[in-house]
Write a protein that binds this ligand. Structure first.
Ligand code: UD1
Length: 423
Protein backbone atom coordinates (compact mmCIF):
# COMPACT_ATOMS: atom_id res chain seq x y z
CA UNK A 1 0.00 0.00 0.00
CA UNK A 2 1.31 3.44 -0.90
CA UNK A 3 1.86 6.33 1.46
CA UNK A 4 2.83 10.00 1.37
CA UNK A 5 5.83 11.28 3.25
CA UNK A 6 5.17 14.91 4.13
CA UNK A 7 7.69 17.25 5.71
CA UNK A 8 5.85 20.07 7.41
CA UNK A 9 6.79 23.73 7.54
CA UNK A 10 6.67 24.97 3.94
CA UNK A 11 4.37 27.89 3.05
CA UNK A 12 2.44 27.10 -0.13
CA UNK A 13 3.20 29.67 -2.80
CA UNK A 14 2.49 29.89 -6.51
CA UNK A 15 -0.24 29.02 -8.99
CA UNK A 16 -2.35 25.87 -9.12
CA UNK A 17 -4.79 24.86 -11.86
CA UNK A 18 -7.92 23.19 -10.56
CA UNK A 19 -9.13 20.03 -12.32
CA UNK A 20 -12.64 19.11 -13.41
CA UNK A 21 -15.22 18.31 -10.74
CA UNK A 22 -15.21 14.64 -9.77
CA UNK A 23 -18.77 14.67 -8.48
CA UNK A 24 -20.09 16.33 -11.65
CA UNK A 25 -18.16 13.85 -13.79
CA UNK A 26 -19.60 10.92 -11.85
CA UNK A 27 -23.09 12.14 -12.81
CA UNK A 28 -22.28 12.99 -16.42
CA UNK A 29 -20.49 9.69 -17.27
CA UNK A 30 -23.57 7.49 -16.61
CA UNK A 31 -25.83 10.14 -18.17
CA UNK A 32 -24.09 9.37 -21.49
CA UNK A 33 -25.93 6.02 -21.42
CA UNK A 34 -29.11 7.96 -22.22
CA UNK A 35 -27.78 8.96 -25.64
CA UNK A 36 -28.06 6.68 -28.63
CA UNK A 37 -24.60 7.60 -29.85
CA UNK A 38 -21.10 8.72 -28.90
CA UNK A 39 -20.57 11.43 -26.28
CA UNK A 40 -17.29 13.23 -25.61
CA UNK A 41 -16.77 14.43 -22.04
CA UNK A 42 -13.95 16.91 -21.51
CA UNK A 43 -12.17 18.25 -18.43
CA UNK A 44 -12.66 15.07 -16.36
CA UNK A 45 -10.16 14.70 -13.52
CA UNK A 46 -7.81 11.73 -13.92
CA UNK A 47 -8.76 10.13 -10.57
CA UNK A 48 -9.57 6.55 -9.70
CA UNK A 49 -13.33 7.13 -9.33
CA UNK A 50 -13.45 8.29 -12.96
CA UNK A 51 -11.33 5.32 -14.19
CA UNK A 52 -13.57 2.90 -12.28
CA UNK A 53 -16.76 4.34 -13.74
CA UNK A 54 -15.27 4.10 -17.25
CA UNK A 55 -14.40 0.44 -16.60
CA UNK A 56 -17.89 -0.32 -15.28
CA UNK A 57 -19.45 1.14 -18.45
CA UNK A 58 -17.05 -0.98 -20.53
CA UNK A 59 -18.17 -4.08 -18.60
CA UNK A 60 -21.72 -3.26 -19.68
CA UNK A 61 -20.56 -3.26 -23.31
CA UNK A 62 -20.14 0.49 -23.95
CA UNK A 63 -17.08 1.58 -25.95
CA UNK A 64 -15.16 3.81 -23.54
CA UNK A 65 -11.83 5.55 -23.90
CA UNK A 66 -10.22 7.89 -21.38
CA UNK A 67 -7.27 9.94 -22.62
CA UNK A 68 -4.60 11.31 -20.29
CA UNK A 69 -5.90 14.85 -20.82
CA UNK A 70 -9.20 13.95 -19.13
CA UNK A 71 -11.26 13.49 -22.31
CA UNK A 72 -13.54 10.45 -22.17
CA UNK A 73 -15.42 9.17 -25.18
CA UNK A 74 -18.39 6.94 -24.47
CA UNK A 75 -20.35 5.15 -27.16
CA UNK A 76 -23.27 3.53 -25.33
CA UNK A 77 -24.85 2.04 -28.47
CA UNK A 78 -23.05 -1.29 -27.88
CA UNK A 79 -24.35 -1.76 -24.31
CA UNK A 80 -25.50 -5.37 -24.04
CA UNK A 81 -25.63 -5.97 -20.27
CA UNK A 82 -28.03 -4.38 -17.83
CA UNK A 83 -26.58 -6.19 -14.84
CA UNK A 84 -23.67 -4.70 -12.89
CA UNK A 85 -22.82 -6.78 -9.87
CA UNK A 86 -19.01 -6.93 -9.95
CA UNK A 87 -16.94 -6.10 -6.87
CA UNK A 88 -15.92 -2.75 -8.37
CA UNK A 89 -19.62 -1.80 -8.56
CA UNK A 90 -20.40 -2.82 -4.99
CA UNK A 91 -17.41 -0.88 -3.61
CA UNK A 92 -18.15 2.23 -5.60
CA UNK A 93 -20.83 4.53 -4.25
CA UNK A 94 -21.56 6.52 -7.43
CA UNK A 95 -22.45 3.29 -9.26
CA UNK A 96 -25.98 4.03 -7.99
CA UNK A 97 -26.33 6.41 -10.97
CA UNK A 98 -26.55 3.31 -13.15
CA UNK A 99 -29.97 2.76 -11.60
CA UNK A 100 -31.40 5.96 -13.06
CA UNK A 101 -29.44 5.80 -16.34
CA UNK A 102 -30.14 2.14 -17.25
CA UNK A 103 -33.72 2.29 -16.00
CA UNK A 104 -34.29 5.49 -17.99
CA UNK A 105 -32.73 4.11 -21.18
CA UNK A 106 -33.66 0.40 -21.11
CA UNK A 107 -36.37 0.01 -18.45
CA UNK A 108 -34.34 -2.56 -16.51
CA UNK A 109 -31.30 -2.64 -14.24
CA UNK A 110 -29.79 -5.07 -11.76
CA UNK A 111 -27.07 -3.61 -9.57
CA UNK A 112 -24.89 -4.59 -6.63
CA UNK A 113 -25.88 -2.40 -3.67
CA UNK A 114 -23.51 0.56 -3.86
CA UNK A 115 -20.64 1.16 -1.40
CA UNK A 116 -18.16 4.08 -1.38
CA UNK A 117 -16.40 5.96 1.38
CA UNK A 118 -17.31 4.77 4.83
CA UNK A 119 -18.92 7.98 6.10
CA UNK A 120 -21.88 6.63 7.93
CA UNK A 121 -25.22 5.28 6.87
CA UNK A 122 -25.90 6.50 3.38
CA UNK A 123 -29.44 5.43 2.54
CA UNK A 124 -30.84 5.57 -1.00
CA UNK A 125 -34.51 5.63 -0.01
CA UNK A 126 -35.10 8.94 -1.83
CA UNK A 127 -33.66 7.53 -5.08
CA UNK A 128 -35.99 4.54 -4.79
CA UNK A 129 -38.98 6.70 -3.93
CA UNK A 130 -38.33 8.68 -7.14
CA UNK A 131 -38.04 5.59 -9.36
CA UNK A 132 -41.24 4.14 -7.89
CA UNK A 133 -43.10 7.42 -8.41
CA UNK A 134 -42.02 7.27 -12.07
CA UNK A 135 -43.67 3.86 -12.28
CA UNK A 136 -40.74 1.46 -11.73
CA UNK A 137 -40.86 -1.65 -9.56
CA UNK A 138 -37.83 -1.71 -7.29
CA UNK A 139 -36.78 -4.83 -5.40
CA UNK A 140 -33.96 -4.94 -2.85
CA UNK A 141 -32.42 -8.36 -2.30
CA UNK A 142 -30.48 -7.81 0.93
CA UNK A 143 -29.29 -11.40 1.15
CA UNK A 144 -27.49 -11.12 -2.18
CA UNK A 145 -26.77 -7.37 -1.79
CA UNK A 146 -28.58 -6.55 -5.04
CA UNK A 147 -31.15 -4.03 -6.21
CA UNK A 148 -33.34 -4.49 -9.29
CA UNK A 149 -35.55 -1.91 -10.99
CA UNK A 150 -37.99 -2.53 -13.86
CA UNK A 151 -40.50 -0.49 -15.83
CA UNK A 152 -42.34 -0.98 -19.11
CA UNK A 153 -42.58 2.77 -19.57
CA UNK A 154 -41.57 5.39 -17.02
CA UNK A 155 -44.15 8.15 -16.71
CA UNK A 156 -43.50 11.74 -15.58
CA UNK A 157 -44.79 12.68 -12.13
CA UNK A 158 -44.23 15.02 -9.17
CA UNK A 159 -41.67 13.92 -6.58
CA UNK A 160 -41.02 15.63 -3.27
CA UNK A 161 -37.63 14.78 -1.76
CA UNK A 162 -37.57 14.48 2.04
CA UNK A 163 -33.86 15.36 1.90
CA UNK A 164 -32.29 17.59 -0.76
CA UNK A 165 -29.99 14.74 -1.79
CA UNK A 166 -27.44 15.27 -4.57
CA UNK A 167 -27.50 11.60 -5.56
CA UNK A 168 -31.30 11.27 -5.54
CA UNK A 169 -31.78 14.48 -7.55
CA UNK A 170 -29.33 13.38 -10.25
CA UNK A 171 -30.64 9.81 -10.33
CA UNK A 172 -34.25 10.96 -10.75
CA UNK A 173 -33.20 13.41 -13.49
CA UNK A 174 -31.50 10.54 -15.33
CA UNK A 175 -34.53 8.28 -15.07
CA UNK A 176 -36.96 11.06 -16.04
CA UNK A 177 -34.95 12.38 -19.02
CA UNK A 178 -36.53 9.80 -21.39
CA UNK A 179 -39.77 9.17 -19.47
CA UNK A 180 -43.15 9.88 -21.00
CA UNK A 181 -44.34 13.38 -20.00
CA UNK A 182 -43.24 15.87 -17.39
CA UNK A 183 -41.54 15.31 -14.05
CA UNK A 184 -41.24 17.85 -11.27
CA UNK A 185 -38.67 17.36 -8.48
CA UNK A 186 -39.53 19.46 -5.44
CA UNK A 187 -36.89 20.16 -2.76
CA UNK A 188 -34.20 19.20 -5.26
CA UNK A 189 -30.51 19.58 -4.36
CA UNK A 190 -28.94 22.78 -5.72
CA UNK A 191 -25.27 21.78 -5.89
CA UNK A 192 -23.39 22.88 -9.05
CA UNK A 193 -23.04 19.18 -10.02
CA UNK A 194 -26.80 19.07 -10.55
CA UNK A 195 -26.60 21.98 -12.97
CA UNK A 196 -23.73 20.30 -14.82
CA UNK A 197 -25.65 17.04 -15.31
CA UNK A 198 -28.77 18.99 -16.36
CA UNK A 199 -26.74 20.99 -18.91
CA UNK A 200 -25.31 17.75 -20.28
CA UNK A 201 -28.77 16.20 -20.67
CA UNK A 202 -29.91 19.38 -22.44
CA UNK A 203 -26.88 19.22 -24.77
CA UNK A 204 -28.02 15.71 -25.72
CA UNK A 205 -31.39 17.20 -26.72
CA UNK A 206 -33.18 16.67 -23.40
CA UNK A 207 -35.24 19.20 -21.50
CA UNK A 208 -34.29 19.94 -17.88
CA UNK A 209 -35.24 23.33 -16.48
CA UNK A 210 -34.66 24.87 -13.08
CA UNK A 211 -31.48 22.97 -12.11
CA UNK A 212 -29.69 24.99 -9.43
CA UNK A 213 -33.03 25.88 -7.80
CA UNK A 214 -35.08 23.60 -5.55
CA UNK A 215 -37.63 22.84 -8.30
CA UNK A 216 -36.48 20.97 -11.37
CA UNK A 217 -38.79 20.31 -14.33
CA UNK A 218 -37.91 17.57 -16.76
CA UNK A 219 -39.77 16.90 -19.97
CA UNK A 220 -38.95 13.40 -21.20
CA UNK A 221 -37.55 13.12 -24.72
CA UNK A 222 -37.37 9.79 -26.53
CA UNK A 223 -34.35 10.55 -28.67
CA UNK A 224 -31.23 11.92 -27.06
CA UNK A 225 -28.19 12.34 -29.27
CA UNK A 226 -24.43 12.43 -28.72
CA UNK A 227 -22.62 15.65 -27.82
CA UNK A 228 -19.37 17.13 -26.56
CA UNK A 229 -19.46 18.55 -23.06
CA UNK A 230 -16.87 20.02 -20.65
CA UNK A 231 -17.18 19.42 -16.89
CA UNK A 232 -17.10 22.38 -14.46
CA UNK A 233 -14.06 22.95 -12.20
CA UNK A 234 -13.95 21.07 -8.91
CA UNK A 235 -15.08 23.29 -6.03
CA UNK A 236 -13.91 20.73 -3.45
CA UNK A 237 -10.40 20.55 -4.88
CA UNK A 238 -10.34 24.36 -5.09
CA UNK A 239 -11.59 24.65 -1.50
CA UNK A 240 -8.94 22.21 -0.33
CA UNK A 241 -6.15 24.27 -1.91
CA UNK A 242 -7.63 27.50 -0.52
CA UNK A 243 -7.65 26.02 2.99
CA UNK A 244 -4.14 24.56 2.56
CA UNK A 245 -2.86 27.97 1.42
CA UNK A 246 -4.38 29.70 4.46
CA UNK A 247 -3.30 26.96 6.91
CA UNK A 248 0.35 27.15 5.82
CA UNK A 249 0.44 30.97 5.85
CA UNK A 250 0.93 30.82 2.09
CA UNK A 251 0.01 32.79 -0.99
CA UNK A 252 -1.67 30.78 -3.74
CA UNK A 253 -3.50 31.69 -6.95
CA UNK A 254 -6.10 29.16 -8.14
CA UNK A 255 -6.93 29.02 -11.85
CA UNK A 256 -9.86 27.29 -13.53
CA UNK A 257 -12.38 28.08 -10.80
CA UNK A 258 -15.94 29.41 -10.68
CA UNK A 259 -15.60 31.89 -7.79
CA UNK A 260 -19.25 31.94 -6.71
CA UNK A 261 -19.12 28.16 -6.13
CA UNK A 262 -16.52 28.99 -3.49
CA UNK A 263 -18.43 31.74 -1.65
CA UNK A 264 -19.02 29.76 1.56
CA UNK A 265 -15.35 28.77 1.82
CA UNK A 266 -14.13 32.28 1.00
CA UNK A 267 -16.46 33.73 3.66
CA UNK A 268 -15.11 31.43 6.38
CA UNK A 269 -11.48 31.99 5.37
CA UNK A 270 -12.02 35.76 5.47
CA UNK A 271 -13.67 35.43 8.88
CA UNK A 272 -10.64 33.53 10.13
CA UNK A 273 -8.34 36.38 9.03
CA UNK A 274 -7.04 35.06 5.70
CA UNK A 275 -7.15 37.20 2.57
CA UNK A 276 -9.26 36.00 -0.37
CA UNK A 277 -9.34 37.97 -3.62
CA UNK A 278 -11.27 37.15 -6.74
CA UNK A 279 -10.43 38.69 -10.08
CA UNK A 280 -10.08 37.87 -13.74
CA UNK A 281 -7.09 38.16 -16.01
CA UNK A 282 -9.24 39.36 -18.90
CA UNK A 283 -9.86 35.77 -19.98
CA UNK A 284 -10.83 33.76 -16.93
CA UNK A 285 -11.45 34.08 -13.20
CA UNK A 286 -8.96 33.26 -10.51
CA UNK A 287 -8.98 33.26 -6.72
CA UNK A 288 -5.98 34.27 -4.63
CA UNK A 289 -5.68 33.16 -1.01
CA UNK A 290 -3.00 34.31 1.41
CA UNK A 291 -2.45 34.54 5.15
CA UNK A 292 0.35 36.41 6.84
CA UNK A 293 -0.62 36.05 10.48
CA UNK A 294 -2.07 33.41 12.75
CA UNK A 295 -5.69 32.62 11.83
CA UNK A 296 -8.62 33.00 14.24
CA UNK A 297 -11.05 30.26 15.24
CA UNK A 298 -14.43 30.29 13.46
CA UNK A 299 -17.66 28.29 13.73
CA UNK A 300 -18.90 26.11 10.89
CA UNK A 301 -22.14 24.24 10.29
CA UNK A 302 -22.23 21.99 7.27
CA UNK A 303 -25.21 22.53 5.00
CA UNK A 304 -26.44 21.81 1.52
CA UNK A 305 -25.25 24.18 -1.23
CA UNK A 306 -24.84 27.16 -1.05
CA UNK A 307 -24.06 26.50 2.64
CA UNK A 308 -20.68 25.32 3.87
CA UNK A 309 -20.01 21.91 2.22
CA UNK A 310 -19.63 18.81 4.35
CA UNK A 311 -16.71 17.75 2.12
CA UNK A 312 -14.64 20.69 3.32
CA UNK A 313 -15.34 20.59 7.06
CA UNK A 314 -12.51 18.06 7.37
CA UNK A 315 -9.82 20.23 5.74
CA UNK A 316 -11.19 23.18 7.78
CA UNK A 317 -10.93 21.10 10.97
CA UNK A 318 -7.22 20.61 10.26
CA UNK A 319 -6.70 24.33 9.64
CA UNK A 320 -8.65 25.38 12.74
CA UNK A 321 -6.60 23.06 14.97
CA UNK A 322 -3.87 25.69 14.72
CA UNK A 323 -6.07 28.80 14.74
CA UNK A 324 -6.12 31.13 17.74
CA UNK A 325 -9.02 30.49 20.09
CA UNK A 326 -12.01 28.22 19.89
CA UNK A 327 -13.89 26.85 16.87
CA UNK A 328 -17.05 24.79 16.72
CA UNK A 329 -17.84 22.49 13.81
CA UNK A 330 -21.34 21.07 13.49
CA UNK A 331 -21.66 18.22 10.98
CA UNK A 332 -25.31 17.64 10.18
CA UNK A 333 -25.03 15.76 6.90
CA UNK A 334 -22.73 12.73 7.40
CA UNK A 335 -22.30 11.67 11.01
CA UNK A 336 -19.11 9.69 10.34
CA UNK A 337 -17.14 12.59 8.91
CA UNK A 338 -15.26 13.17 12.15
CA UNK A 339 -13.02 10.11 11.94
CA UNK A 340 -10.03 12.30 11.09
CA UNK A 341 -10.30 13.97 14.50
CA UNK A 342 -8.60 11.05 16.27
CA UNK A 343 -5.65 11.41 13.90
CA UNK A 344 -5.42 15.17 14.53
CA UNK A 345 -5.50 14.53 18.28
CA UNK A 346 -2.50 12.21 17.95
CA UNK A 347 -0.70 15.16 16.34
CA UNK A 348 -1.46 17.26 19.42
CA UNK A 349 -4.72 18.95 18.36
CA UNK A 350 -7.18 19.69 21.16
CA UNK A 351 -10.59 18.62 19.96
CA UNK A 352 -13.60 17.40 21.91
CA UNK A 353 -16.15 15.39 19.99
CA UNK A 354 -19.72 15.27 21.11
CA UNK A 355 -22.05 13.50 18.73
CA UNK A 356 -22.13 15.69 15.61
CA UNK A 357 -20.11 18.54 17.12
CA UNK A 358 -16.37 19.10 17.35
CA UNK A 359 -15.10 21.77 19.72
CA UNK A 360 -11.56 22.80 18.77
CA UNK A 361 -9.17 24.75 21.02
CA UNK A 362 -6.42 25.97 18.72
CA UNK A 363 -2.88 24.87 19.65
CA UNK A 364 0.44 26.51 18.76
CA UNK A 365 1.82 23.57 16.81
CA UNK A 366 1.10 20.04 15.61
CA UNK A 367 3.68 17.26 15.64
CA UNK A 368 4.37 14.88 12.79
CA UNK A 369 2.93 11.36 13.05
CA UNK A 370 2.08 8.20 11.18
CA UNK A 371 -1.42 9.03 9.95
CA UNK A 372 -4.26 6.96 8.46
CA UNK A 373 -6.89 8.42 6.12
CA UNK A 374 -10.39 7.04 6.67
CA UNK A 375 -11.98 8.58 3.57
CA UNK A 376 -11.25 10.99 0.72
CA UNK A 377 -11.65 14.33 2.49
CA UNK A 378 -10.19 13.01 5.75
CA UNK A 379 -7.11 12.25 3.64
CA UNK A 380 -7.02 15.84 2.37
CA UNK A 381 -7.43 17.14 5.94
CA UNK A 382 -4.51 15.05 7.15
CA UNK A 383 -2.30 16.24 4.29
CA UNK A 384 -3.02 19.82 5.37
CA UNK A 385 -2.30 18.98 9.02
CA UNK A 386 0.99 17.28 8.03
CA UNK A 387 2.00 20.31 5.92
CA UNK A 388 1.72 22.51 9.01
CA UNK A 389 3.29 20.05 11.49
CA UNK A 390 6.80 19.97 12.91
CA UNK A 391 8.68 17.05 11.37
CA UNK A 392 7.98 14.33 8.80
CA UNK A 393 4.60 12.58 8.75
CA UNK A 394 3.62 9.48 6.87
CA UNK A 395 0.08 9.37 5.55
CA UNK A 396 -1.30 5.90 4.81
CA UNK A 397 -4.45 4.83 2.91
CA UNK A 398 -3.75 7.35 0.16
CA UNK A 399 -5.91 5.32 -2.25
CA UNK A 400 -8.75 7.41 -0.76
CA UNK A 401 -7.03 10.61 -1.92
CA UNK A 402 -6.47 9.09 -5.38
CA UNK A 403 -10.25 8.67 -5.66
CA UNK A 404 -10.79 12.41 -5.91
CA UNK A 405 -7.62 14.54 -6.20
CA UNK A 406 -5.78 14.59 -9.50
CA UNK A 407 -1.97 14.57 -9.13
CA UNK A 408 -2.38 15.89 -5.57
CA UNK A 409 1.21 15.48 -4.47
CA UNK A 410 2.54 17.00 -7.72
CA UNK A 411 0.30 20.04 -7.41
CA UNK A 412 1.36 20.52 -3.78
CA UNK A 413 5.04 20.04 -4.61
CA UNK A 414 4.75 22.69 -7.36
CA UNK A 415 3.58 25.07 -4.63
CA UNK A 416 6.66 24.31 -2.56
CA UNK A 417 5.38 21.51 -0.31
CA UNK A 418 7.69 18.63 0.55
CA UNK A 419 5.42 15.68 -0.31
CA UNK A 420 6.63 12.39 -1.75
CA UNK A 421 4.67 9.31 -2.78
CA UNK A 422 6.02 5.86 -1.93
CA UNK A 423 4.36 2.85 -3.51
C1 UD1 B 1 -22.80 13.59 -2.74
C2 UD1 B 1 -21.31 13.71 -3.02
C3 UD1 B 1 -20.54 13.81 -1.71
C4 UD1 B 1 -21.08 14.95 -0.86
C5 UD1 B 1 -22.59 14.82 -0.67
C6 UD1 B 1 -23.21 16.01 0.06
C7 UD1 B 1 -21.07 12.52 -5.09
C8 UD1 B 1 -20.55 11.32 -5.79
N1 UD1 B 1 -20.89 12.55 -3.78
O1 UD1 B 1 -22.98 12.38 -2.04
O2 UD1 B 1 -19.17 14.05 -2.00
O3 UD1 B 1 -20.47 14.93 0.40
O4 UD1 B 1 -23.23 14.72 -1.97
O5 UD1 B 1 -22.94 17.18 -0.64
O6 UD1 B 1 -21.58 13.43 -5.70
N2 UD1 B 1 -29.92 10.85 2.17
C9 UD1 B 1 -31.06 10.16 2.57
N3 UD1 B 1 -31.70 9.39 1.66
C10 UD1 B 1 -31.29 9.27 0.36
C11 UD1 B 1 -30.14 9.98 -0.04
C12 UD1 B 1 -29.47 10.76 0.88
O7 UD1 B 1 -31.46 10.22 3.72
O8 UD1 B 1 -31.92 8.56 -0.42
C13 UD1 B 1 -29.21 11.71 3.14
C14 UD1 B 1 -27.78 11.23 3.39
O9 UD1 B 1 -27.72 10.25 4.39
C15 UD1 B 1 -27.11 12.54 3.80
C16 UD1 B 1 -27.84 13.60 2.99
O10 UD1 B 1 -29.05 13.00 2.56
O11 UD1 B 1 -27.34 12.79 5.17
C17 UD1 B 1 -27.08 14.08 1.78
O12 UD1 B 1 -26.71 12.98 0.98
P1 UD1 B 1 -26.53 13.10 -0.59
O13 UD1 B 1 -26.67 14.51 -1.02
O14 UD1 B 1 -27.38 12.08 -1.25
O15 UD1 B 1 -25.04 12.65 -0.77
P2 UD1 B 1 -24.43 11.75 -1.90
O16 UD1 B 1 -25.16 11.99 -3.19
O17 UD1 B 1 -24.27 10.37 -1.42
Amino acid sequence: MGYFEIKGGARLEGVVTISGAKNAGLGVIPAAILAGEMCVIENLPCVSDVYIFGEILSELGAAVNLAKNGVMTIDPSSISKLTATSESVSKFRASYYLLGALLGRYGHVELALPGGCDIGERPIDQHIKGFEALGATVVIDEENCKITADADQLKGCEIYLDVASVGATINIMLAAARAEGKTLIVNAAKEPYIVDVANFINMMGGSVRGAGTDEIRITGRQNLHGCTYAIIPDMMEAGTFMIAAAATGGNVVLNNVIPNHLDAISAKLLESGASVETDDDGREFYVKVSANRRLRGVNIKTQFYPGFPTDLQQPMGAMLSLAKGRSLIIEDIFEQRFKYVEELKRMGAQIKLNNRRAMIEGVDSLKACDLYASDLRAGAALVIAALTADGVSRLHNIHYIDRGYEHFEHKLAALGADVKRFD
